[in-house]
Design a binder for this molecule. Structure first.
Ligand code: ATP
Length: 236
């Protein structure tokens, strides 16, 4: 579904991504693991057309080249981004935030159906529809952010460190809900620092270091790989 070939990105002299090759198929969760500054956010930004650096290579979504396309066109091609730090509007209600996610042409006609799907996925958001987002817990706000992205009716959901700042219990809930999204046939590309839990729900994974893919494999293989365990799973 998403096929990335030879992707590079540079901020001036600094090369943030180098010859990245990666794919995400329909209905699979793919996790990108890597240390701070490895280039994970840059990768998601390049896919979504919002990278401020110079980007080269190829990003093809369902047969369409996305590189060079404006960010709103990329949403129309079926890719939604949940940015790091969520980017929700605190002064607005849950319902208003969700409606803002439905601006894409591909989603407008289906808005009522998409909203129902999102509220079924996150029943808490149904209860809290009228609540101002700033008064919600971090986990609830993260659900709003994911729900808003899902309102564009994406084929591929990309998320930048969604578990950041969440309690262990909320992390668990978050990863469970990503599985539900995957099981609905949507592809997920997940950037995470929480290697243990993300590898537990992922189908495949890539390790990125200094802007390059160091290793890729099935999530189960990566979980059992001694080098991965030492670097990302605290030796255990
Ligand atoms: P983290 O886990 O800390 O968010 P990351 O893997 O997402 O890190 P990126 O944010 O993609 O890493 O950054 C990769 C490199 O590019 C870093 O060295 C960073 O300083 C640099 N970089 C990122 N954005 C910019 C920018 N707008 N201008 C200049 N350099 C940037």
């Amino acid at each position: 579904m998403l096929e990335i070939k030879g992707l590079s990105a540079a901020y001036g002299q600094h090369r943030a991504l180098e010859d990245v090759n990666l794919r995400v198929d329909r209905g699979e969760i793919v996790v990108i693991l890597g240390a701070n500054g490895a280039g994970k956010s840059t990768l998601l930004k390049a896919i979504s057309g919002i990278c401020e650096g110079q980007v080269g290579g190829s990003v093809v979504m369902q047969g369409t080249e996305l590189l060079g396309m404006a960010a709103n066109r990329i949403v129309e091609e079926g890719i939604a981004l949940v940015p790091e730090g969520r980017g929700v509007f605190g002064d607005l209600t849950v319902a208003e935030n969700l409606t803002l996610g439905a601006y894409a042409n591909r989603a407008r006609e289906e808005e009522a159906g998409n909203l129902e799907r999102v509220l079924r996925l996150f029943p808490k958001l149904r209860e809290r529809r009228g609540q101002q987002v700033r008064t919600m817990s971090g986990g609830e706000q993260q659900m709003v952010a994911i729900g808003r992205a899902m309102m564009s009716n994406p084929a591929l959901l990309t998320l930048d460190e969604p578990s950041l700042g969440l309690s262990p219990l909320l992390c668990k809930e978050l990863f469970q809900s990503l599985k539900t999204v995957r099981d609905a046939g949507i592809g997920i590309l997940l950037v995470e620092q929480n290697a243990r839990q993300s590898l537990a729900i992922a189908d495949r994974g890539y390790l990125i270091e200094n802007g390059r893919i160091l290793q890729e494999g099935k999530a189960a293989e990566l979980r059992n790989d001694p080098a991965v365990q030492a670097a990302y799973l605290g030796g255990g």
